[in-house]
Design a protein around this ligand. Structure first.
Ligand SMILES: [Zn+2]
Length: 110
């Protein structure tokens, strides 16, 4: 085998390896570019990252299922009455825009 052909094959292999490294890791990369990546990652001890949870979708599903927390007032205060058998009501004060500003509880001991 002559030296020119060997150099041509070697440079073609190097170019192919560089193309695999540059484009093979992209999502949706064709298999002829992406096949060495899992082997390299295994050799380097890298594990593929698990897919991240879709927080926007989780929040939307929680809203649809009614799993969201009750509305929190802007002013912090007691949210739970500790009086036993309390019959008092809770007045909600809202801003003009609608958010809950304060929640005032009036205790009525029986
Ligand atoms: Zn109370």
């Amino acid at each position: 085998m002559n030296a020119g052909l060997l150099a041509l094959i070697t440079s073609a292999e190097v170019l192919y390896a560089a193309a695999c490294g540059m484009f093979g890791s992209r999502p949706g990369a064709p298999l002829w570019l992406s096949w060495p990546l899992p082997i390299w990652n295994a050799l380097m001890g890298r594990r593929p990252q698990p897919p991240r949870p879709n927080y926007a979708r989780i929040a939307r599903l929680e809203r649809e299922l009614g799993m969201t927390e009750p509305e929190r007032p802007m002013r912090a205060g007691r949210t739970v009455c500790l009086t036993k058998g309390c019959g008092g009501g809770t007045v909600e004060i809202r801003t003009w825009q609608g958010p809950l500003a304060a929640s005032i509880h009036e205790c009525e001991t029986p």
